[in-house]
Design a protein around this ligand. Sequence first.
Ligand code: SF4
Length: 200
Amino acid sequence: MESAMQNPTENELIQAESRREAYMNAIPKEVIAQEDRLPIQIQSMNASNKSKLQNIYLVAEELFRLRPSFVACKEGCSSCCHMNISITSEEASRISTATAQKAKEISFSISHPLSTFAGKPCPFLDISQGNCSIYPDRPLACRKHVSFFDSATYCDVTIANDISVPLMGFSGLDNALYSVKNKNQNLVIADIRDFFPSTK
Ligand code: SF4
């Protein structure tokens, strides 16, 4: 998709990186330590995948609790719901249970170019309100996605996929999520629209 917008200026990028750093410094140290321990904790849990996911999402909530002071993200803004959204088959299963919509059985991971779903809404976006209809069950990718610019300008799908922006990286969350495998002990990752293709 061709971009009609300007890239962020150097000053905007510096400010966004500064907000990202301030946010990282604001997260309580015990929460960072909890995130570091999470992969081992999840792997050693004798519990259902549903419980494991719940634990991962709870730590994500703690990590992102302070985000409103640092990010452009606001209720009703849904730009990032119009991009590729990678989820695991176990997250799809959780969404399936919550919505009573059957998730498509996928036995291997699918990787898409960034342009594949650019501008195409997530099937769970309430377009009239700009809200997520599965908010308590939204996947980790959605919980982690924030913008450190002072407005949502660069979240616009006509530019967001073409620019490099400061992001949050939490390898503990990712590794914990990837350790929650399906009944065949496979990790299957695909776009949310691959699992729920009805409105693809
Ligand atoms: S699951 Fe919810 S938050 Fe995530 S992309 Fe879909 S509508 Fe947006």
